[in-house]
Design a protein around this ligand. Structure first.
Ligand code: 5AD
Length: 446
């Protein structure tokens, strides 16, 4: 019982860095802790436990966490009984560096140890003076049967797959999240039904390479097919698909169901075949282009976004030009653009020297950011005049007389409230787009 083990009334604050999978994992930890009697702290000051859920995908993400930890030392000094924990990918990657550089951290736990969180916290709260460490990876752990403590809103995440088997040569994920495994479909359906019952309108299915999902004979298209009939869920999204895991059946499934949103994040990483090969992406530029053509032929109004890395080992000006060319020809709606960051353990860190000057990486990054900004501005401008169905998320941050929400193709829309129409978060309304910025559509109720 919570009271007997002393957790009743204890407050936990979870701070999340990195991807949506991490946000979902933080909700999972919140759920595990709520079941043991912890409640959520509204601020760092009132917390008895602070957990920093971390990302290891680039060095900068890790540097930020070290900065954050030294800032949080203040709270430990003010309140010695405070438990400070580092969870997630960086805990897995840098357990020794964390305990060396931030010896005041009480708890270091990896992405497969969240079920044991209450027991680990008990241990860290006890007399133990050394940090409590649990970074064991577990290829069977999919957190079946747990219910995340979700943030209120119109949309929720459901993790359908954990880990990754791709081993792209630049990427640390398989090392910190372990092997790929699918969550059983009955568990996924339970999670989505739970979202629907609690009034959520949108679900985003999460996996590192979500469309490689498989559980026994159920593939990703089958899984979508099982989720579509769930009443109350109006929109289904998923991220991130891997280019070579698209099947004609999956494309056809996306095209056939209105509930499955017309937006895909399709990481390209590079436009150069030589780089794609060195990155071990398993597709060529031509195959990527063909996939985009096939998707656009099946879903003509689909929005696409991508991830690009510049400055991968050996990237020449010509390779980089080919990436620019890919971006110009594909015209992504938006893009996440990164400088290569060497990660220990990866194939690239062991075999490919990080040989592109920081300055050159910076210049290339600046160039593709400018290119993408101009493409995004044009794409958003092309939406002006159209009418789109928007899932209302609430009042806009800027102005309480305005509402904001998203189109099916994932664009933020801001529009004034209308006299006499009572519109709430979770409603689907038609909005005529009258203007835009490079990242937001502006409109009025149609
Ligand atoms: N350096 C830079 N970017 C990286 N990504 C993954 N690993 C690295 C790395 N070592 C980027 C990829 C991936 C996104 C989530 O992060 O573009 O798709």
């Amino acid at each position: 019982m919570p009271e007997a083990d002393g957790t009743l009334g204890k407050k936990v604050f979870i701070e999340t860095y990195g991807c949506q999978m991490n946000l979902a994992d933080s909700e999972l930890m919140g759920g595990v802790l709520a079941d043991t009697g912890y409640s959520s702290a509204e601020s760092l000051e009132e917390a008895d436990v602070i957990l920093i859920n971390t990302c290891a995908v680039r060095e900068r993400a890790e540097d930020r966490v070290f900065g954050r930890l030294s800032h949080l030392l203040r709270f430990k000094n003010d309140k010695p009984e405070l438990v400070l924990g580092v969870t997630g990918c960086m805990a897995e990657h840098l357990r020794d560096k964390i305990t060396d550089q931030a010896p005041y951290v009480d708890l270091v736990i990896g992405p497969d140890a969240y079920r044991r969180l209450p027991a680990l916290l008990d241990k860290a709260t006890g007399e133990a003076r050394d940090p409590v460490i649990d970074v064991k990876l577990d290829k069977a752990e999919v957190y079946e049967g747990l219910t995340p403590k979700r943030k209120p809103g119109v949309g929720g995440w459901v993790t359908v797959q954990r880990g990754c088997d791709k081993f792209c040569t630049f990427c640390i994920v398989p090392f910190v999240r372990g092997r790929e495994r699918g969550v059983p479909p009955h568990e996924i359906l339970r999670q989505v039904e739970n979202l629907a019952e609690r009034g959520y309108k949108e679900v985003t299915l999460l996996g590192q390479t979500v469309n490689s999902y498989r559980y026994e004979d159920v593939d990703f298209a089958d899984l979508l097919e099982q989720i579509v009939p769930i009443e109350g869920i109006e929109r289904i999204r998923f991220t991130s698909p891997y280019p070579t895991d698209f099947t004609p059946k999956l494309i056809e499934t996306i095209a056939r169901h209105d509930k499955i949103c017309n937006y895909l994040h399709l990481p390209a990483q590079s436009g150069s075949n030589r780089m794609l090969d060195e990155m071990r992406r398993q597709y060529t530029r031509e195959e990527y282009d063909q996939l985009v053509d096939d998707i656009r032929a099946a879903v003509p109004d689909i929005a696409l976004s991508t991830d690009i890395i510049v400055g991968f080992p050996g990237e020449t000006e010509e390779d980089f030009e080919q990436t620019m060319e890919l971006m110009e020809s594909t015209r992504f709606d938006f893009a996440y653009l990164f400088k290569y960051s060497e990660r220990s353990n990866t194939y690239a860190s062991r075999n490919l020297p990080d040989d592109i000057d920081e300055e050159v990486k910076g210049e290339r990054l600046k160039k593709i950011i400018a290119l993408q900004e101009s493409i995004s501005a044009e794409v958003f401008k092309s939406k002006v005049g159209g009418t789109y169905t928007v899932l209302v998320e609430g009042e806009s941050r800027r102005d309480p007389n305005e509402l904001c929400g998203r189109t099916g193709d994932f664009k933020t829309v801001v529009f004034p409230k209308a006299d006499g129409r009572d519109i709430e978060a979770g409603d689907l309304v038609d909005v005529k787009v009258t203007d835009c910025t490079s990242h937001t559509l502006l409109g009025e109720l149609a």
